[in-house]
Design a protein around this ligand. Structure first.
Ligand SMILES: Cc1cc2nc3c(=O)[nH]c(=O)nc-3n(C[C@H](O)[C@H](O)[C@H](O)COP(=O)(O)O)c2cc1C
Length: 173
């Protein structure tokens, strides 16, 4: 599978088998996140692995988009460690860092047959409370994941894309 085929065949899996993702496969997924590029190479991210019955049971307290997933990865950025665009407007790079890490995790998971849905609709305070997330970490990317159920299928709009010409401009907008 080339990269385009990998990216195109991924879809948001919202129905999972009950088994947790194996440690061996988690290691492969986490390794792909490890090599993600980050602003100034500060690597100001932390990944929380939720892969126990007890951990997974708390997901519904934090998000409606849990889909009864047996496993989840939460990528946080470190507010003090991340690069800031101080020279210009001071914007933090942390959300971008976490997003790139999350993308690596999601695509690597897909490549080895682990499905996921990227979830932004979560309550950050609930995540902090349930998983003891320290103040300096900002929960940014929640990937609920697991082995796709036999009847898991893409949402109907999954293959609907706006025309590329509408989204890409050359030289000026
Ligand atoms: C940044 C981001 C946030 C998302 N948040 C949610 C969410 O909170 N709940 C959910 O069910 N899906 C969420 N999704 C999944 C999108 O709905 C999904 O990726 C989109 O509809 C395209 O479908 P596909 O992933 O099957 O291609 C999110 C996706 C992204 C990239």
């Amino acid at each position: 599978m080339n990269f385009y085929e990998l990216a195109k065949s991924r879809y948001s899996v919202r129905k999972f088998k009950p088994e947790h993702v194996s440690q061996e496969e988690l290691d492969i997924i986490l390794k792909a996140g490890h090599v993600a590029p980050t602003g100034c190479n500060f690597q100001a991210f932390r990944v929380l692995v939720i892969n126990s019955d007890e951990g997974a049971k708390k997901l519904p307290l934090c998000t409606d988009s849990h889909f009864h997933a047996p496993t989840a990865l939460l990528v946080c950025y470190h507010k003090k460690e991340c690069w800031y665009r101080k020279k210009y407007d001071g914007a933090p790079c942390g959300v971008l860092d976490a997003t790139i890490v999350g993308t690596h995790l999601m695509l690597q998971a897909h490549e080895i047959g682990v499905g996921s849905t990227w979830v932004m609709s979560f309550d950050p305070e609930a995540l902090r409370r349930e998983y003891q997330i320290p103040e300096e970490l900002e929960p940014t990317v929640l990937l609920v994941m697991g082995y796709p159920a036999e009847d898991a299928a893409p949402a109907p709009q999954h293959d609907t894309f706006r025309p590329l010409e509408e989204l890409v401009s050359y030289e000026t907008f």
